[in-house]
Ligand binder design. Sequence first.
Ligand SMILES: N[C@@H](CCC(=O)N[C@@H](CS)C(=O)NCC(=O)O)C(=O)O
Length: 299
Amino acid sequence: MNVVKELSVCGGRLVKLSHNSTSTKTCMNVNVYLPKQYYAQDSSRSRPIPTVVYLSGLTCTPDNASEKAFWQFQADKYGFAMVFPDTSPRGDQVANDPEDSWDFGQGAGFYLNATQDPYAQHYQMYDYVHKELPQTLDAHFNKNAAAELDFLDNVAITGHSMGGYGAICGYLKGYAERRYKSCSAFAPIVNPSNVPWGQKAFKGYLGDERAQWQAYDPCALIKNVKRVGDDKVLIHVGDEDPFLEKHLRPELLLEAAKSTSWENYVQVKKVHGFDHSYYFVSTFVPEHAEFHAKNLGLI
Ligand SMILES: N[C@@H](CCC(=O)N[C@@H](CS)C(=O)NCC(=O)O)C(=O)O
């Protein structure tokens, strides 16, 4: 991994990294925020610092949320690190949307492993985000015998829009092995198989056969994953979000959860007057941070 830049933010540091990914076969950018606790030389710390992974939405790079979501204040408050991955592979060699739109191709990888040409070669974002990146960050930051940052075990996941979808999908797919301790989402696409953004992506990356889509659709996954303990999924969405009715449709996840172990454990908070932007995301980041801090054992 190469450190491209390091900046002071709040009480900690934002580290901008790049590395050659074996999953996407491209150079990937990722931002990591190390909270003030990381620099405190606190010998009383009994466990490594946990991580919250934030998956961004369509058109984003790691910088959008790093600059506009204000997670850093919350990371310092509770003592977790943040990981902001990119939304797709990038570069001249990476196939893009034939329609040249912003909802597919570069900036719109949908956090899945593509099976269709010409996308399969580089669009392997599921493996990248959930498997390769945590291992790579662990190897980079935890060179010493005692790991100080936990990228592998005590980890939460969240995201916005396409990234909210990616977070719920990764949480449910990894649920049996407790891959993530906690999951939340801001304005997520919950049922990609049945909305235009998702259908375009799934068709392009996974092909026409709808049976293949089920493996990545939260509304299908939730029916086959048995919830344990107090686990809940926290979702916020604005009632003035222009994508609400056509692409997000959070009520479909509530319907899918009915009569399963998740019924009443998926909480959708529809908030009045908010749109889809980072004004909305940043307003509810503190509530999501507290939710994850509890589930990560920080409070
Ligand atoms: N036309 C908009 C639509 C895409 C959009 O709203 N993307 C959301 C995620 S789905 C976003 O986070 N945009 C970047 C930003 O607000 O910084 C754009 O190009 O940004």
